[in-house]
Design a protein around this ligand. Structure first.
Ligand code: DHE
Length: 549
């Protein structure tokens, strides 16, 4: 059976819902509904919401879609939009028939997705290697410089040795796995799939493998751990898109402890929002606290886990459609993008309050965790790029020693050419350069370059073209060529002497990880392994453990 078919069946089983198959004149068969529900979950729900009320992307509620009509919707789904929506037909990810099906499907009322209880969750919990049977000390020398690499479309994680560049193991994970984070000691790598499956990999093993797993929900994007010294390696947290909730787990077994629903009222208009999804989570190093973005209601929840069954939650009003973000250099301020509002919200985790909502001066800020620089003129600054415009911005983050620069965009630069499309910027204290990608720029040339920014001048000083031989195309079942998108996401090795980027290929072809020297900017290694299918995010153990970016 073909891989796409297996994934498809698996995810439909996971989502487990279908709905009304008619909308006025539009009629879909049961088989078409099943297929469209699957495609919507894979490609659309992340930005438009499971209930289609909109977030990063606009609302796709049936009444609105009906007004647009099938032909307009087909055009948009096929070609994408300048705001950052991919052209699913143009890129070859949807066939013409699938494009038409989706144009019809979104004119039909959204199906109601299922709820999930603790009992459902517990049925999926597996301890694969009991704690007592795990290594008592590290069996491999370089484990603190390992990288966990997401193999997105095959639902696997590659563990790559940052020193030898060997792929030391490839382990199964959830569907279209999204991110990984380490615990405070770095020993375990925690993984979250888009299907809500959390798993943990023991990096002390000679050949790292999963030691526990659990399906926490049906749709998720975030995972983290307790990083306060008194709670080192004690708890893990998963943030769910559906059912919208926060799930706390034991960090050594993934035994579920507590579910907290995040459905609540929008901070500004007090409208009840069933689909109030959990986006980015970061862990405080100073307090027993997780900082949790509640996307649709526009609140940042400061979740005190010290009394884990009776958590205290401070709900900080920020801005709606909170997405990704990270620490400033001091790890006191959480810098996060309300991307559909073009705002960077700053949360002071020491005082537990909003400091500022800063206009990002671009379209759809998308920082990942952002980049931190201790700048000779501006002092500590934090930077982000934008999906819908070419702007890279830097914001002052030190109100004590650099009050004039604090919470202002002190520098804005433009990536060359048009079309935006940046997803990630990344830096390291030992690297003179900051790196930016542009995998969703519609222009092939701009999409396949790396943009190098000098940390002192804060200007783009070089673009690195990815040689064509590394951009491998694949052929779909119906004979269409699917091109690799180009470099996506960066991660440094532990000492910052190398930066790694993935070539975002397709699931029909292995795709390499390219390693550049951060001093000379020369290509130093190509990690080319037939198991590396659709590598995307990469997470170095030391940098993830210490929140270095
Ligand atoms: Fe992500 C981070 C959500 C699509 C790669 N992504 C995040 C975070 C969220 C999020 C909430 C922050 C997690 C945290 O820090 O706790 N991502 C979403 C979506 O909703 C969206 C837009 C659509 C979807 O359906 O999932 C989406 N993301 C993507 C991709 O298509 C990317 C580029 C490729 C892939 O592998 O799926 C992608 N997202 C990433 C990566 C990070 C991430 C690599 C972590 C960046 C980091 O350095 O921390």
């Amino acid at each position: 059976m073909k891989l796409s078919k297996i994934l498809s069946i698996a995810t439909i089983a996971c989502i487990g819902f279908v709905s009304q198959a008619t909308a006025g004149e539009i009629k879909l068969s049961d088989a078409e509904m099943k297929k469209a529900t699957q495609v919507y979950f894979d490609r659309c729900a992340g930005c438009h919401g499971m209930l289609r009320k909109g977030a990063l992307g606009p609302s796709l509620e049936a009444s609105k879609s009906k007004e647009m009509g099938t032909e307009t919707l087909k055009y948009i789904i096929n070609n994408g939009t300048p705001g950052g929506m991919p052209g699913w037909g143009k890129t070859g990810e949807l066939t013409a028939a699938e494009t038409e099906l989706m144009a019809k499907y979104i004119q039909i009322k959204a199906p109601q997705p299922p709820e999930k209880s603790m009992a459902d969750m517990k049925k999926t919990h597996k301890i694969l290697v009991p704690v007592k049977d795990r290594p008592k000390s590290p069996e491999a020398k370089n484990w603190k410089d390992y990288f966990a690499v997401i193999l997105r479309d095959v639902g696997k994680i590659a563990i790559v040795d940052g020193v030898t560049k060997d792929v030391v193991s490839v382990v199964p994970s959830g569907f279209a796995t999204h991110i990984t984070r380490t615990g405070a000691s770095g020993r375990y790598m925690y993984v979250i799939g888009r299907d809500g499956k959390a798993s943990m990999i023991d990096l002390w093993m000679k050949e790292p493998k999963n030691v526990a797993e659990i399906r926490t929900c049906n749709d998720a994007r975030a995972i983290d751990t307790s990083k306060h010294p008194d709670y080192k390696d004690k708890y893990a947290i998963v943030g769910c898109y559906w059912p919208p909730s926060i799930v706390t787990l034991e960090a050594d077994t993934l035994e579920p402890l507590k579910i907290v629903s995040t459905a609540s009222y929008t901070y500004d208009e007090n409208v009840f929002t069933r689909e109030a999804r959990v986006a980015a989570i970061i862990a405080s190093h100073d307090k027993p606290e997780w900082v949790v973005n509640i996307k649709e209601t526009g609140q940042v929840w400061l979740y005190d886990y010290s009394n884990v069954m009776n958590p205290k939650i401070t709900m900080v009003e920020a801005e709606r459609f909170l997405h990704d973000g990270g620490w400033d250099l001091s790890k006191r301020y959480f810098m996060t993008a309300a991307n559909a509002k073009n705002i960077i919200s700053v949360i002071d985790t020491k005082e537990g309050k909003l400091v500022a909502n800063i206009p990002s001066q671009g379209n759809k800020p998308h920082p990942g965790r952002g980049v931190n620089v201790d700048h000779p003129k501006y002092g500590p600054i934090w930077g982000s790029g934008h999906i819908g415009s070419n702007d890279i911005i830097f914001i002052g983050t030190d109100p004590e020693k650099h009050p004039k620069n604090a919470w202002k965009v002190v520098k804005k630069i433009a990536l060359p050419g048009e079309g935006g499309g940046n997803l990630f910027v990344k830096g390291h204290p030992n690297s003179q350069y900051i790196f930016a990608d542009r995998p969703v720029n519609p222009n092939r040339e701009l999409q396949t370059q790396i943009y190098v920014i000098d940390r002192d001048s804060l200007e783009v000083v070089k673009t690195i073209k990815i040689p064509k031989k590394y951009l491998k195309s694949g052929m779909t079942e119906d004979g269409k060529e699917v091109k690799a998108r180009g470099p996506v996401h960066f991660e440094f090795n532990a000492d910052g002497s190398e930066v790694w980027t993935s070539i975002w290929g397709n699931k029909l072809q292995a795709s390499p990880i390219l390693v550049f020297d951060t001093k000379t900017l020369k290509l130093k290694n190509v990690i080319d392994d037939k198991r590396l299918i659709t590598p995307t995010g990469k997470f170095n153990v030391t940098n993830t453990m210490t929140d270095t970016y």
